[in-house]
Structures are given as structure tokens and as C-alpha cells.
Design a protein around this ligand. Structure first.
Ligand SMILES: Cc1cc2nc3c(=O)[nH]c(=O)nc-3n(C[C@H](O)[C@H](O)[C@H](O)COP(=O)(O)OP(=O)(O)OC[C@H]3O[C@@H](n4cnc5c(N)ncnc54)[C@H](O)[C@@H]3O)c2cc1C
Length: 361
């Protein structure tokens, strides 16, 4: 049986970039994913006749170094979002970078109150979002959304000697005298010297030196509606984080991401909804129609659509994710250097924090 130098459980962009550096330095690499495609949360799914559209992730935070790196590494075409992403609460609208500025101010004051100048300096120098923007930074995004990033990931892996095992779920990790044995749900095994997990790697059990970690997970469904309306938006929107609704948490106009053109006047809107609130619609009988109507009413109320918009196509998509408990991430990272968890919840900040390692490589 082949014994890989390094194995990644998960094929999200951060894992893939890391794997490419390890592989180009001469190590044999295996990448495993339980899904049938590479990309982790940066994947696209088929939406009726409208082609492949993003389903998991939808926004890049701002960081110039990470933007430059991703653009070059994946050869991506990045566009400036218009208008820039913003938060909405009632009549208040706050653009993302100004919200960042407020958070920076709040955190800095917190350190100053404690006279902790060392932590304040570290925060201002090293946190990728720490800035007080007079002139807000421009948020960029791949021209075709997550689909472009996913295609670029596939291309990078195809042009490497990385081995992939898709539709393969790892349940157990067993420490051997040298390296690790990975066991799949079907009982198949792989051997590797080193393992990299992510915070979303849904492993059940890790056995090492006579000890066992039974992993406890937090399960989260991210549900989105892809809605094609036969209406133009009355005011433009790229990405809106909704703070004033119990069901809807985000809205994006993703018409610009379509590979095939829609008829003039059609708009493709992606709406993220809270899963728990959606369950109330589901429990009450006909769910999707009611939920769709609820979303359209919100868009009309907020002035994005005219009264009585017409739906051409609607699709509800669930994206299931599992998070490892933070204290167990720490426990795994403490086993030894042959196993680690890359814990990140944000692509741009995750890339920024890894840049030094990658550039050194
Ligand atoms: C629904 C969703 C939306 C998000 N939106 C954004 C966003 O808009 N912007 C942003 O910057 N970040 C977002 N994130 C955070 C996102 O996780 C990171 O941007 C980035 O994808 C992290 O990359 P990663 O390599 O760490 O792993 P991930 O991209 O999380 O990929 C982990 C992969 O591991 C696989 N996996 C898990 N367990 C197993 C197992 N036991 N066996 C085999 N395979 C397994 C999963 O199938 C998954 O494909 C979002 C995350 C989720 C889940």
C-alpha cells in the first residue's frame, strides 16, 4: 500500500494551496474529500438551466496581500464588487470596510483600557482587518464567483502529482509507530506520515498512544435560495448582510456570475436563510413556496423589487457542515507535529496568515 508523505482531509482552497506547496517541494500528497468535487465550501452546483452557481461561500474579506496572492496563484480574474458589500438594518446601511473600522476602534479601545500596549501593537500590525479606513478599501471577488475559484482549484490539482480520493469519508485516525492510518466509512485504509485536518473535518475518532479522542461536532446547515426573477433590480446590490430579519441573513445579486446570458430584465438572486427559521415553514406544510414568497416580500419592502415580482425559477439548496469543538482542535494540535488542524473560518484571513509559510516554501 502506498504510504503518502502528507494527507489532507478536505479540499478547500487553503488546504489545496498548502498541498500544492508541499507537493512541489517533492512530497507525495493525498487529498481526501467526502464530496464528489474539490473546493470545500467554495463549490458551485447546477441551478436549473442557469448553469453552475455558487452555493457555500459568497464573499472575500479585504486584504491586498491575500488578494494579490490568490490572483496570481490561481490565475483568477478579479472584479470590484459594485456597489461594495454592506450591512443593512432598518434604514441604516453600513459598508463593510466602515464596519471593519468600527471593530478596529472598539478592539483598540479595549486594549487601551487595559493599558495593554503590546497586544494593541500586535493587533494593529498583524490582524488583516485592523485598519481605520477614511477611504474604504475595495472588495474584490472572482468574476464567476466561487465557480471560478473551484475551476482554478481543479486545474491546480490536475497539474500537480497530488492524488485525490473523492466521495471518501474518513471516520477514524489511528497513530502507528511511524505515521498514521486513515480509515474510511467503508473500512478502507490509507497510510500517511503526516495529516492536515481543517476545522470542518468530520472525523469521529482519533486513537494515539493508548488514548482516544471522540470528536464532538457542531452541525450546521447553510440554506440558500437561488431565485431567478423576471424583474430587474430597482437598486443595485452585490452582497448585503441582513441584520433586521429573522429568516434572511444575506442577499446577493449574482446575475453577473452567469456563464450563459439570461433574457434582458431577468435577475438571479441568491438569498441565505437561517435554517432554524426555515424549519418553521417546513413544519407548517408547503415550505418552499411560502419561504420564497417571504423572501420576495422582503425584497419588495426594501425597495429592491417592484410589487408582484414574477419568479421564473426557484431552487432551495442545503449545504451541510460540521465544526470540530475548539478545545478538541487544541487537543489534536498538541498530539505531535505529524497531525495538525488548519482552523480558519475566512478564506482571505486564512490565506493571509499562511502567506509567510507558503512564500518561504
Ligand atoms: C457554508 C459556508 C459558507 C462560507 N462562506 C464564506 C465566505 O463567504 N467567505 C469566506 O471567506 N469564508 C467562508 N466560509 C469559510 C470557509 O470554510 C473558508 O473560506 C475556506 O473554505 C476554508 O478552507 P478549508 O480548506 O479550511 O476547508 P473547507 O473549505 O471548509 O473544506 C473542508 C472539506 O472537508 C471535507 N470533509 C470534512 N470532513 C471530512 C471527512 N471526514 N472525510 C472527508 N472529507 C471531509 C468537506 O466535504 C469539505 O469539502 C464559509 C464556510 C461555509 C461552510
Amino acid at each position: 500500500m502506498e504510504n503518502f508523505d502528507q494527507t489532507y482531509i478536505g479540499t478547500g482552497p487553503i488546504s489545496v494551496i498548502d498541498a500544492c506547496f508541499v507537493n512541489s517541494a517533492g512530497s507525495s500528497v493525498l487529498m481526501i474529500d467526502e464530496k464528489n468535487q474539490l473546493g470545500g465550501a467554495w463549490v458551485a452546483i447546477n441551478v436549473g438551466d442557469y448553469g453552475h452557481l455558487e452555493i457555500g461561500c459568497h464573499i472575500w474579506s479585504y486584504n491586498k496581500k491575500a488578494y494579490d496572492f490568490l490572483q496570481t496563484f490561481f490565475d483568477l480574474d478579479l472584479i470590484e464588487l459594485t456597489p461594495q458589500p454592506y450591512f443593512i438594518k432598518g434604514k441604516t446601511r453600513l459598508i463593510y470596510d466602515h464596519k471593519n473600522g468600527l471593530t478596529t476602534l472598539k478592539n483598540s479601545l479595549g486594549y487601551l483600557k487595559k493599558f495593554d500596549l503590546k497586544k494593541l501593537g500586535g493587533y494593529l500590525r498583524h490582524h488583516p482587518a485592523a485598519r481605520l479606513p477614511l477611504f474604504p478599501k475595495k472588495y474584490l471577488y472572482p468574476k464567476g464567483g466561487a465557480r471560478d475559484l473551484q475551476k482554478a482549484i481543479e486545474e491546480k490539482v490536475a497539474n500537480s502529482t497530488i492524488t485525490t480520493a473523492l466521495q471518501t469519508q474518513i471516520t477514524t485516525l489511528n497513530k502507528l509507530d511511524a505515521g498514521w492510518e486513515l480509515v474510511t466509512a467503508e473500512g478502507k485504509t490509507y497510510n500517511t506520515k503526516k495529516i492536515t485536518l481543517t476545522a470542518t473535518s468530520a472525523i469521529k475518532e482519533i486513537n494515539y498512544l493508548g488514548k482516544t479522542i471522540q470528536l464532538t461536532h457542531r452541525y450546521l446547515n447553510y440554506t440558500h435560495f437561488h431565485l431567478v426573477v423576471k424583474n430587474e433590480l430597482l437598486k443595485p446590490c452585490s452582497y448585503i448582510r441582513v441584520l433586521d430579519d429573522k429568516v434572511i441573513h444575506r442577499i446577493s445579486d449574482i446575475t453577473y456570475q452567469l456563464e450563459t446570458k439570461v433574457d434582458k430584465g431577468y435577475t438571479v438572486i441568491l438569498v441565505g436563510v437561517f435554517d432554524a427559521e426555515l424549519a418553521e415553514f417546513e413544519n407548517a406544510g408547503d415550505n418552499d413556496e411560502k419561504a420564497t414568497k417571504y423572501i420576495l416580500d422582503y425584497l419588495v419592502r426594501k425597495g429592491f423589487l417592484d410589487n408582484d415580482p414574477t419568479i421564473a425559477f426557484a431552487q432551495k439548496n442545503k449545504f451541510e457542515t460540521t465544526y470540530i469543538a475548539p478545545e478538541q482542535i487544541a487537543e489534536i494540535n498538541n498530539i505531535d507535529e505529524s497531525i495538525s488542524v488548519m482552523g480558519t473560518t475566512d478564506l482571505i484571513y486564512g490565506v493571509y496568515f499562511k502567506l509567510k509559510d507558503w512564500i518561504k516554501a
